[in-house]
Design a protein around this ligand. Sequence first.
Ligand code: DON
Length: 310
Amino acid sequence: MAETLDIDLQAVLDSVLERGLKHMGPGKVAAYIPALARVPAEKLAIAVSCVDGREAFAGDAEEPFSIQSVSKLFTLLMAMKLRDRALWKRVGREPSGNPFNSLVQLEYEKGVPRNPFINAGAHVTTDCIVTDNDDPKQAILEQFRALSGNDSIQFDLEVAASERDHGHWNAAIANFLKANGNLESPVDDVLDAYFHQCSIAMSCRDLARAGLFLSNRGVDVRTGKRIATERKTRRINALMATCGLYDAVGSFAFHVGIPAKSGVGGGIIGVVPGEMTVAVWSPALDANGNSYAGVKMLEAFTNTIGRSIY
Ligand code: DON
């Protein structure tokens, strides 16, 4: 196995991007809202941020895109800090084996979502933030800004409005949670915060920086500040490894081998514990809602540098 310090990161990313280019064909850009359907399918990016301070980028790595469900990783962190063990009475820690927006599973399991990364679970974590903050949307935005060191990160208000206008399925999930006593705040407040967190626009560079504490035992490399305890950090990484790519998580573990979290904007963030965080973006998705070329790039990346947590 190569030592991180020996790797010419830029050369690796350049070749991984080339590999991504070869896999641009099969996927389809998310079309459930017009604001996402418009994103050009040919965008392609990768960024790496290392615990030793090194960074490298390739492709459209500085262009912001809609992070969508990648946001669930960061709202989970906030909810874990707010509620500690009590959170786990309201949300499970098992892979769902079902689509990320499944309603049927929620009914079988009496309103306790399988994990914090399916939509229902994310509504619960967002509910904790809504209940405990006067301005929850701002609190969420501030966390992204602080972790990435980029104060210009914003909500994409067109995406947020589009999510709301086409948000009937999420409204059904949130109402079902409420009917089961698993939402504390009003449904509309939780949905508003959820649609806004999904709309946050960040680049791969921002995402790799924001997630770097997960590779560094919970400590922000840039500021030296502790973001999460070592235990919480391990647990977040474990949830990414087991639930981060929904019902494609087994195949992702098999081929890529690192904890990761995807979003239907085509972004995926991955963690190589102790070494680096990697973010990729390619908007065209596979049948499970994960970036098609993004998964291929991550596979090429971990195989090239010889890393896997397994
Ligand atoms: O709530 C939704 O369905 C979308 N705004 C986000 C879904 C998402 O990114 C799922 N991840 N792959």
